[in-house]
Design a protein around this ligand. Structure first.
Ligand code: MN
Length: 224
């Protein structure tokens, strides 16, 4: 299934680069502490960046393609690198999205158009948040929780947990928002209390950017 492009102004193609943060390492404090930010960005995200580049180094025909499109076409990848791209490319893309959906200036609530869609698909913004937090708490092991839009259903909204570094993009959805629930994302500050991390992170979600992602996916679909 073809991925719907979401980030046309911010595409990344191999060889991939570790994106710079759009804020300082201290700026998301107290929700995310500075040490966690450095480890998470400089070490973990760097390792996924190196991993996807190593996987694709033998297959230059996959260079020059945005990571979301690559993840949307996993089944077309050569077998010898498919699993590496799923894990390393997923980790690269998920973290790239994660940094972008965060901001030191969280608005707390989504713009009105996105709120109305949440009311339609979840009942209310509050119901959405509860469902999202529950999905993260219930996820066994490491993974992510996404707010995704389904282009096959007029971009209806869904909460989708995934294991490891799997991306909803590989299932044909548009990734709007992603919360990292690997222990490396929260353990220094929240220890084993994953639910506390999920409750706290709403303060730094950049809802305007999340809404922009949905808008650009809808525009891309109607143009294509
Ligand atoms: Mn992570």
């Amino acid at each position: 299934m073809q991925a719907v492009p979401t980030d046309s102004l911010d595409q990344a193609a191999a060889p991939y680069k570790l994106p710079e943060l759009p804020y300082g390492f201290k700026d998301l404090s107290p929700v995310i502490d500075e040490t966690t930010m450095h480890l998470h960005h400089d070490k973990h995200h760097q390792a996924y960046t190196d991993g996807i580049n190593a996987a694709l180094s033998k297959h230059p025909e996959w260079h020059g393609i945005d990571i979301e499109e690559v993840l949307g076409r996993l089944s077309e990848l050569p077998m010898d690198i498919r699993e590496a791209v799923r894990n390393q490319g997923g980790g690269y893309a998920n973290h790239k999205l994660f940094w972008k959906v965060l901001t030191p200036f969280g608005s707390g609530i989504p713009p009105v158009d996105l709120t109305m869609r949440m009311n339609r698909d979840f009942g209310s913004f509050d119901c959405f948040r509860k469902r999202f937090v529950k999905a993260g708490r219930d996820l066994f092991g490491s993974g992510w929780v996404f707010l995704a839009a389904d282009p096959a259903e007029e971009f209806s909204l869904k909460v989708i947990p995934t294991s490891n570094q799997d991306s909803v993009v590989s299932r044909g959805y548009v990734a709007l928002l992603a919360c990292d629930v690997w222990e490396h994302a929260y353990y220094l500050k929240y220890n084993n209390r994953r639910g506390d991390w999920l409750d706290a992170w709403w303060d730094i979600v950049d809802w305007r950017y999340v809404a922009e992602r949905l808008d650009s996916a809808r525009v891309a679909r109607s143009a294509g």
